[in-house]
Design a protein around this ligand. Sequence first.
Ligand code: ATP
Ligand code: MG
Length: 423
Amino acid sequence: MRQSKLFTKTRKEAPKDEVSKSAQLLIKAGYIKKEMAGVYTMLPLGLRTLQKIQEIVRKNMNKIGGVEMNLTALQDPNLWEKTGRWDDKVLDVWFKTKLKNDTEVGLATTHEEPLTNLMKDHISSYNDLPVYPYQFQTKFRNELRAKSGIMRGREFLMKDLYSFSESKEQHDEFYEKIKKAYFDIYEECGIGDKTFLTFSSGGSFSKYSHEFQTETDAGEDIIYYSPSKKIAVNDEVYNDEVLKELGLEKSELVEKKTAETGNIFTLGERFSEPLELIFDTKEGERKPVFMGSYGIGIGRLMGVVAEILSDDKGLAWPESISPFDVHLVNVSGDNEDSVKLSDEIYEHLTQNGIDVLYDDRKKGVGEKLGDADLIGISKRIVIGVKGIESGEFDLYNRLNDKTEKVSESQIMNLEFIKKNGNN
Ligand code: ATP
Ligand code: MG
C-alpha cells in the first residue's frame, strides 16, 4: 500500500482523557480511533494487526480440533433466564434494549447459553463428543471502568471456544491441550516470556480455573508468581491452604502487576443441566454434557503487546503481528532516481507477496522517519540519495533497534527478509 493512499494520519497528541499508554500510542499512530470511553474503531493499520493476531489464534484453535462458527450478538432473555444469568445482579455488565413490541433483548457478553442451546440440535450421543466450536465475536459489556484503552473495551473482539465432552477425563485431556495452545499463541505474539499460567477460583465444577496473566504496569490484576514452579496464583486464591496444595513457598513468590490476556474454565454441567443438553452415554445412561470455556480477548492482547513492545518513539511490533512486513521509506522524495528506485522496489516486493507500506508522501525526512518509528512496522528499508550514491541502504529492525546495510540486489533478491534477525 502506498502511504499516500492510507487515509489515516499520525497525530502529535492523544485525547486528554486517554490515560493508557498503549491507547495513546495506537491513537497517535493511527491504528484506532476513540469513539467514547471503552469504544474504539479499528482503522486500517489497527485492523491489520488485529487480524494477524486473530489468524494466529485461529491457526492454534484449528490445530487442536476447534471448529469455527459465528453466533449472534442479540440475545433472547428466555434462554438466559434458564441459567439465572439474565438478572443484572448476577451478570452486572449487560447492555439490554427493547424491541418495537416492548420485549427485551440483550447484547451478548459471552455465549455459553446460546451455544449450549444450539448444540442440543447436534449432540445426542457419546458418538457426537467431544466437539470444540469456537468463534471470534464482538462482546458487549457495560464495564464500570474503561480506562485501559482497547485492553478493556465496552465493545471488544473475543475468541471464545467451548468444549463439549462426555466425561471429566475427556475434558481434562483437552484442557491440557488448550493450555499449551494458549502459550504458543502468546509466544508467537511476542509476549510468551511475560505471560504466566495463573491459578484462579474455579466455581462449582473444579477447584481452579486458569488465567493467562501477562506482566505489564498497565495491568489491572495482581498475581503471585513462583519462578521455580513457573506458575502463579491470583489474589482470589492467594491463601495458605491453596499455596500448600500447589506446593508453593510464600517466601519465594514474586508479586507482579498483570493483565489477563486469556482464561480457561471448567464449566462441568453448569449450563448443560439447566439448558438440558443431555446425551446417551456408552453405558446407555442419560447425562448432561461436560463443558468448558476458553477465552482470549483479541483487542486486549493487541493492547498488551503495544504496552510491552513499544518505546519513547512509538510502537515496535514483532514480525508476526506487524501490520505490514516492510515499511519502505523514500527519504528523498524530490529526487527522481530515488523515486524511481523506490517505485521499482515497491512493485517488486509486492509482486513477491511481501506486504509493503510504501512511504511515497511528499514530506521531509524527519517527519517520515518519525512517523515510521511511531507506526512501528517490524522491518524498514530506507531509500534515498545517500544510499544510491554509496550503494548501501539502511535496513532497520524496529523491535531490536538495530540497523544493517543492504545492497539493491540484496533487497531485490529478498535476502533482507532473512537478514536483520527474526526478532
Ligand atoms: P476481566 O477480569 O479482565 O474483566 P473476565 O474474567 O471478565 O476478564 P472473561 O469473561 O473470561 O474475562 O473473558 C475472556 C477474555 O476476554 C479475558 O481473558 C480477556 O482477555 C478478555 N476480556 C474480558 N473483558 C474484556 C474487556 N472488557 N475488553 C477487552 N477484553 C476483555
Ligand atoms: Mg470482566
